[in-house]
Design a protein around this ligand. Sequence first.
Ligand code: SF4
Ligand code: SF4
Length: 145
Amino acid sequence: MAKKGGKSVAKKRRRLPALIKDMGACMFKKPFTQQYPFVKVEAPEGYRGRHTFYPEKCISCGLCERDCPANAIELIEVSGKRMPHFYLDRCIFCYLCEEGCPRQAITLSKNFEMSTTETKELLVTPKEFISKPKATSEEGKENVA
Ligand code: SF4
Ligand code: SF4
């Protein structure tokens, strides 16, 4: 048994120079991690983030509400028109509301910054887009409630 332990110590000693060499090399390499949130990170193309809504395109058909598998959409009247409200605390970001909308009134932006302790901040309402009718998926970032 003592012989086995001795072998193992010798093995470890042999690995030490290689380990020190690797450590030295790593110290001068660029870091793999990004300094988020100090440095903004761009989500990849096709990312399903916070919803962007185009009120002027919506025809109040209710398909988004009907198709949502998470029961995260509710049509509520705003400015005389029934429009979807999105409850992101229930949303599973499946994309079905965007795919099913016959008027392309919903798009999912690349905005992934939705962490909050307030449930009410996870409600996306048409009102926030009525004042910014030309919102794009990129601008969805600015439309955080
Ligand atoms: S957002 Fe699209 S699917 Fe939903 S009610 Fe409006 S038009 Fe219909
Ligand atoms: S992304 Fe999916 S779960 Fe979220 S609101 Fe749209 S249909 Fe519902």
